[in-house]
Ligand binder design. Structure first.
Ligand SMILES: [Zn+2]
Ligand SMILES: [Zn+2]
Length: 156
């Protein structure tokens, strides 16, 4: 994933200035550090995200790098993020923390999936096969998540 993230950063930012790394955060997905010129993704959460979600997290952080510090998620950041292809549909802000998603599913191979809403119908694991295959059916369980733990625990 590192090479892929570095390539994406180099596509949008000056690779001589900006670098990529992993961090150990558990309550946010990504971070854009302006003083270190470094974009990091949680090592802990990266293993749990689907590739397209990691791509979205990286675009979110690259948009911060391009928009500059102190603009937050204001109009400037939003228009840059949109241009990059950030869909903004998922809550990558704050404690996206799939850790806190109430629905947890596992496929027969043990890949873990998270959903904020009860999954409808039968879902097959996209990490086992890009094509729908009932052999990779995900088994969903609901767990209790407290309101406090779902509050954003930091900004990304
Ligand atoms: Zn799987
Ligand atoms: Zn952000």
């Amino acid at each position: 994933m590192r090479r892929w993230a570095e390539a994406l950063i180099a596509l949008h930012l000056d690779p001589a200035v900006w670098s990529f790394g992993f961090d150990n955060a558990k309550t946010r997905a990504g971070l854009c550090s302006f003083d270190k010129h470094r974009i990091t993704v949680s090592r802990y959460l990266a293993g749990r995200y689907e590739d397209d979600e990691i791509h979205q997290i990286l675009l979110h952080e690259i948009a911060h790098a391009l928009a500059g510090p102190r603009v937050g998620h204001g109009p400037r950041w939003r228009s840059i993020a949109r241009e990059l292809g950030y869909d903004g549909k998922r809550t990558h802000d704050g404690a996206i923390a799939h850790e806190f998603a109430p629905w947890v599913g596992t496929c027969p191979a043990g890949h873990v999936h998270y959903r904020y809403k009860q999954p409808r119908g039968v879902l097959a694991c996209g990490r086992c096969s890009k094509r729908f295959d009932l052999a990779n059916q995900i088994d969903w369980r609901q767990r209790s998540v407290t309101a406090a733990s779902r509050r954003p625990a930091g900004s990304i």
